[in-house]
Design a protein around this ligand. Structure first.
Ligand SMILES: [Zn+2]
Length: 449
């Protein structure tokens, strides 16, 4: 229940069309509820300068499962009482025309009028069981983050230690959401500041240190699993993978790492063989094998979903770059996201445009491809370039040879850069490359010691 409208950017004057939503039905469109709660409803981004433009419009919110019916008419619209009632009446008609007869209940005749959009959001959150105390805690988190962002860098450690008890998983999550929004709004400067703050929070708070320890533990697990896989013969069979999975059965971290590193081994045939073995196993073993199979199915699904999500994100970013009047600033800002997945999506789109003989699009995509490669090359530190070459080496033996010959020239900086790359891979859930990198790091550390 939305309509297209034309608005003018108050920052640069560009006229563009945007979507104004007036009726949000949480049951019909759960995404619209999320957009409303995160302050994105009736916000449009100027395609020319990136400025976020708020559009004032009456709004009606309905959630049948909570019997919530809320209206909001912004004060700045300066509507008379009659005009307000007409606006609400129009939205109600729109809503009720879509509701089945049996859904008509008493509460639908008594919409609650909210004086502010924030009031509407708070009421919806309370309906979800988010208490005023929880909201107050969230406000405190945002306040603490704002204070930290305004502190000079040399004071950060002391400030963080002083607020150690308030630093928890939700604080990190809040910071992540804020940074994402800033980057989307084109405020790369603030987003970058937030990344710096996150590093301090990790290093200087009790919770941050436990996160680091956890990540080290995961790294160690991946290293062990990679070593076990390497000990397997070159042409290992499904039966051997099965034995390894069975050996890890009680250790979920190892199972996760195994599926991450060797996802292709867990194919359709593997699960068929496993089902057959369950059928043949003595009754006392069956339950354990079945729960192992269920867990492996869950883990492979999760790995696949992550890969699909990475593809969808890359496609979305490519769309934004294609539509940008000047792609270079957006490319420069998105460097960390211009990874193999992005390049694969870009190449696939290029091939498709060529196949369809869409000369304009293929020309544009080729131009973007060249710009992206140039930006990546310019940005690459020599250590990073070397790590890239190592990961792209045709064989492990050749990679080791390159390390033996060249690692000395890069020194400790090489190990530091490997750790940074490792963090990126971990965040992306790319366990396969992460395992290989761990192996290369070990080799480099030996050469350098
Ligand atoms: Zn603008």
């Amino acid at each position: 229940m939305a309509r297209q409208t034309s608005i003018q950017c108050p920052n640069c004057g560009r006229q563009f069309s945007a979507i104004v939503e007036t009726v949000i039905d949480a049951a019909a469109d759960p995404n619209a509820k999320v957009r409303l709660l995160s302050g994105q409803v009736n916000m449009a981004q100027c395609p020319n300068c990136g400025f976020a433009v708020g559009m004032s419009s009456p709004l009606l919110y309905h959630d049948a499962s909570k019997e919530l019916l809320l209206t909001f008419v912004p004060m700045e619209l300066n509507l008379s009482k009659d005009q307000q009632e007409k606006a609400i009446g129009d939205m109600m008609r729109e809503l009720t025309s879509r509701l089945p007869q049996e859904a008509m209940r008493g509460y639908l005749f008594q919409p609650r009028q909210m004086l502010t959009l924030q009031g509407m959001i708070d009421t919806i959150l309370q309906g979800d069981g988010v208490t005023p105390e929880m909201m107050e805690q969230q406000r405190q988190r945002v306040r603490l983050l704002e204070t930290l962002l305004q502190s000079p860098e040399e004071d950060l450690t002391a400030q963080i230690q002083q607020h150690d008890e308030q630093i928890d998983a939700q604080l990190f999550q809040t910071l992540g959401v804020m940074a994402q929004r800033m980057a989307q709004e084109g405020r790369a400067d603030i987003a970058e500041q937030m990344v710096v703050l996150q590093e301090y929070l990790l290093a200087d708070s009790t919770f941050g240190q436990s996160l680091i320890a956890q990540s080290r533990q995961q790294e160690e697990t991946v290293r062990q699993v990679t070593a076990d896989l390497e000990a397997m013969p070159e042409n290992a069979t499904r039966a051997e993978f099965f034995e390894l999975a069975l050996r890890y059965a009680g250790d979920d971290e190892k199972l996760q790492a195994l599926v991450g590193v060797a996802r292709p081994a867990f194919d359709y045939q593997f699960f068929q063989d496993l089902t057959m073995r369950i059928g043949q196993a003595p009754a006392s073993d069956r339950e354990g094998l079945e729960s192992l199979r269920d867990r492996l199915v869950e883990l492979t699904t999760a790995v696949d979903q992550q890969a699909q999500m990475a593809l969808a994100n890359a496609a979305q970013l490519l769309g934004a770059i294609v539509n940008a009047p000047d792609p270079d600033p957006l490319i420069a800002e998105s460097l960390p996201m211009l990874d193999d997945t992005f390049l694969a999506v870009l190449q696939a789109n290029l091939q498709e445009a060529e196949r369809q003989k869409d000369l304009q699009m293929s020309g544009k995509l080729r131009d973007i491809y060249n710009r992206v490669l140039t930006a990546l090359r310019q940005n690459m530190r020599p250590e990073l370039k070397f790590i890239n070459d190592l990961l792209g080496a045709p064989s492990e033996a050749e990679a080791r040879q390159m390390i033996a010959e060249q690692a000395g020239a890069y020194g400790e900086a090489l190990l530091e850069m490997m750790d940074a790359v490792e963090e990126v891979l971990a965040a992306r859930g790319d366990e396969a490359v992460r395992g290989r990198l761990a192996m290369l790091r070990e080799a480099a550390a030996q050469v350098l010691s």
